[in-house]
Design a protein around this ligand. Sequence first.
Ligand code: NAD
Ligand code: DAU
Length: 360
Amino acid sequence: MKRILITGGCGFIGSNFIRHMLKQNPDDRIVNLDKLTYAGNPANLADVEKDPRYLFVKGDIVDADLVKDIFSGQQIDTVVHFAAESHVDRSITGPAEFIRTNILGTFNLLEAAREAWLKTPAPGVDASEKGCRFVHVSTDEVYGSLGETGAFQETTPYDPRSPYSASKASSDHLVSAYFHTYGLPVLITNCSNNYGPYQFPEKLIPLVINNALQGKSLPVYGDGKNVRDWLYVIDHGEAIRTVLHKGRVGETYNIGGNSEKQNIEVVQTICDLLDEKTGKLPGGKDRRSLITYVKDRAGHDRRYAIDATKIRTELGWTPQVTFAAGMEKTIDWYLSNKAWIASVTDGTYREYYEKMYGKS
Ligand code: NAD
Ligand code: DAU
């Protein structure tokens, strides 16, 4: 049985991961530490909140005393670290919180793990032999922007270009330094763009689904030809589970969907699927008519693509859900969970949880 600290488990990927872990690893215990920022929503885990294997702690990863108490009180032997400020556009308008959470928060977790696993109770005992592991969940954006060809490999030099990706790159370097300097048993994953259920509707796919359902305009930045490599969120969860169980300590694993698309293709796919599933707009117009080209994102990375050879050949992981199947599932989920989108977009979910847990 593992005692796993999952940070940021009320967000998009973390909540899908917790549900996946409880199904796949029934003996493990999970502590979810989440600050409940605008992106954290305990409703994402309403179906597991009473599970005796699951404990939610509302708190900030930057709070060193709290994190230390969780390590000792819950005898944590595994960390899967998702908590972060994750949205590139927000990092452009307000970078400070990205520096605080993504860099200082990661540093704090590393220090707590070092203290708990390497200094006490038995100095000199190899933490990885005791089964301790710290998985740091990161992004392909640390590698920068690609031209027309090529793909990011684990050896690609870092070249982050937004405050978000610079803060993630910084956290990756700290994690790696704790391996080389102290022997902390860390693993790093760098993943491409995720999509699926419970994604906050500020990111491209849920934003476009939500706006298209309401007949609102669909903002496409620049010429719409920027390319992202899309991965269904449960495939990402299984990749992280694989790295956790089979990955080599100190290594980095790139994770990708092998599914490169231009943004405009993604937006058109959503429009066509919604027209098919719900009928066209009033007046018989296609949803594609809502597409509006808007001012480009500052420093907009042109293309990301992942070479996932290492995780495939060393650990046997490959994505299971094609882009077409994943988009169907995602759109069906948003159509069946309109109350979730409504509460997230009108902010009522915050009022409810602030009454329960206090303001963040
Ligand atoms: P998200 O924004 O949906 O969720 C982030 C979660 O972290 C929220 O629940 C939030 O409340 C919590 N959080 C934020 N600051 C905190 C703090 N100081 N203390 C405790 N909790 C805090 O993010 P996501 O899209 O689920 O991404 C999760 C992780 O995966 C991030 O580290 C991100 O960099 C990485 N990642 C995301 C993608 C993607 O496509 N979304 C791809 C690759 C990697
Ligand atoms: O590559 C992994 C990264 O993917 C993660 O590390 C980040 O946490 C995650 O947010 C995501 O970053 P992106 O910036 O690629 O995702 P976003 O959904 O914001 O944008 C996807 C693409 O769509 C990007 O090229 C910008 C464009 N876009 C986005 C929005 C919100 C638009 O054209 N219009 C929009 O309204």
